[in-house]
Write a protein that binds this ligand. Structure first.
Ligand SMILES: *Cc1c(COP(=O)(O)O)cnc(C)c1O
Length: 341
């Protein structure tokens, strides 16, 4: 198979239509088989559930070319499960794990020419999503749904080295108690656009959100979970019902415990503890782990000991091991790697 003529290492994180996408339709209580199509557009009722009442949720994962030239994905069973959890909360039909994995295998294989080669730092980003396409006008779940999965090549997240980020402690909230913070719903992103705009406009990379009920505990950013390193080399990661359970964060915790023999605490993290941490990282599929150097708050600036010059050593080690597992350079735990072709 001939690869597309793309300058892989200069790609950014932007949408580029590729040759095929998977589409399945849900109607009268059942999914059809689903199939690959070439058309990148969706056609639906003007009164579709997704357009009127934001009935939609999504996932994000990547395909990698390993050192041996295989195309693989990382823990896609967890993405399938999380999409089911999101669907339940939004009264949408679950996409069976079998269909999710079949769609993944088919869409990645059909677009193999778009999977960046090993060593370029680029990867194939995969976007599964589910939305109400049938008409509603009274507030109700849609009568029909579409499940789609497309892929798009994305460049190395950190071009020209990894520089620590500066965050803004947001005056807005991301997720209400007993709300939808724990699912990957499009609506969580729609309402974070304005706070994100405010932060970026002031020169910050991201918002740090606190828990909405008490505003005393650290939750996450708009799209990544926090992981902290204490001065005595323990990992601490916030525990809360309103955080989206990041697969990257869960995998990094496993790596810390089982590959690096580190102690990990998953517990509520008070905002007042921040100043005592050595390192801070943001975990998500896009960047694996991004270092945070500073957080600006109404009470002044909090600086992590690792500083604004480079990534701290623990975050760097975690990143090295996890990307090594994804690229087939380090042996993966059982079941983490799904070989596509
Ligand atoms: C997707 C997402 C993450 C990261 O999850 P991964 O599975 O690691 O990609 C974190 N927070 C939010 C709010 C998200 O939507």
């Amino acid at each position: 198979m001939e690869k597309k003529n793309i300058d892989w290492s200069s790609l950014s994180f932007a949408y580029m239509p590729t040759d095929y996408r998977f589409v399945a339709h849900y109607k009268d209580g059942a999914w059809d088989e689903g199939k690959l199509v070439k058309d990148a557009s969706c056609t639906m009722s003007e009164s579709a559930g997704v357009l009127q009442y934001a009935q939609t949720c999504f996932e994000g994962l990547k395909a990698y070319t390993t050192k041996d030239g295989d195309i693989v994905t990382f823990r896609p069973d967890l993405n399938a499960k999380r999409l089911q959890d999101s669907a339940d909360r939004l009264l949408m039909p679950q996409v069976p794990t079998e269909m999710f994995l079949r769609a993944l295998d088919e869409v990645v294989k059909a677009n193999a020419a778009w999977v960046p080669p090993y060593g370029t730092g680029a990867t194939l980003y995969i976007r599964p999503f589910l939305f109400g396409c049938g008409p509603v006008i009274g507030v109700a779940p849609a009568p029909e749904y579409e499940f789609r999965m497309f892929v798009t090549p994305v460049g190395p997240y950190f071009k020209g080295g990894i520089k620590p980020l500066r965050l803004l402690l947001s005056q807005y909230d991301r997720a209400a108690p007993h709300g939808t913070g724990h699912i990957k719903a499009g609506l969580n992103y729609a309402m974070s656009l304005y706070p994100g705009y405010v932060a970026k406009h002031q020169g910050y990379a991201e918002n740090m959100y606190l828990d909405a009920a008490t505003r005393t505990h650290v939750e996450e950013t708009g799209g990544a979970n926090f992981l902290f390193v204490t001065k005595d080399n323990k990992i601490v990661t916030p525990k809360s019902d309103t955080i989206l359970p990041s697969i990257t964060r869960r995998s990094l915790v496993y790596v810390a415990e089982h590959y690096l023999n580190m102690e990990v605490e998953e517990r509520p993290v008070s905002y007042t503890e921040l100043k005592d941490f050595q390192e801070c990282g943001l975990c998500g599929t896009a960047a694996v782990i991004s270092p945070v150097g500073e957080v600006d708050t109404p009470d002044g600036r909090i600086s992590f000991a690792s500083g604004m010059e480079e990534m701290g050593p623990v975050c760097a080690k975690l990143r090295e091991v996890l990307t090594g597992i994804q690229m087939g350079e380090i042996e993966a735990p059982e079941g983490w790697i799904r070989k596509i072709c």
